[in-house]
Design a protein around this ligand. Structure first.
Ligand SMILES: [Ca+2]
Ligand SMILES: [Ca+2]
Length: 154
């Protein structure tokens, strides 16, 4: 007569179910981590833009005019903003509070730009008739034309 012994341990299907559950949990954790990272970047971007607006106000108090986006026609508007804010001591002091990672010369023309946390230069606009200039990031997609994820001073 044959004897059947029940062996201690797990069946293959039990192990597969546990592995599947662990994979689902790991996927959820990775997704949550990405979400947190995007939120942290958005907060950093809002912070940088907030400091820039304060620096622009300081500049305006001193010069009775806003920084001109076309001050030096060779430079981009954000490079012009950078140069003008750093030329005024009080706005310069504020700009020094902006994280180093949010400043750089990504086009290599030796004129610095303020950057967003996704590594793209911020946009700076001030046209006649505007009551206050606008500083804007294209957001996670890096595209100013898609406004839904943009982060703006407006
Ligand atoms: Ca540059
Ligand atoms: Ca966008």
């Amino acid at each position: 007569m044959k004897k059947f012994y029940s062996q201690p341990g797990f069946t293959l299907s039990e192990v597969l179910i546990v592995v599947a559950i662990l994979l689902i949990l790991a996927g959820a954790l990775v997704g949550f981590g990405k979400h947190l990272k995007q939120q942290a970047r958005a907060s950093l971007c809002e912070c940088t833009i907030g400091v820039l607006i304060a620096a622009i106000e300081q500049y305006h108090d001193w010069h009775d005019a806003f920084p001109d986006p076309a001050n030096d026609p060779v430079m981009s508007p954000i490079e012009n903003l950078y140069a003008q804010l750093y030329n005024q001591p009080r706005s310069c002091a504020l700009c020094e509070q902006i994280e180093k990672s949010q400043k750089g010369d990504i086009d290599g023309d030796r004129a610095f730009e303020f950057l967003d946390p996704w590594g793209k230069p911020l946009d700076y606009r001030y046209l006649p008739g505007m009551t206050f200039p606008v500083v804007e990031s294209g957001g996670p997609d890096g595209d100013l034309a898609t406004a839904a994820d943009n982060i703006s001073s407006r």
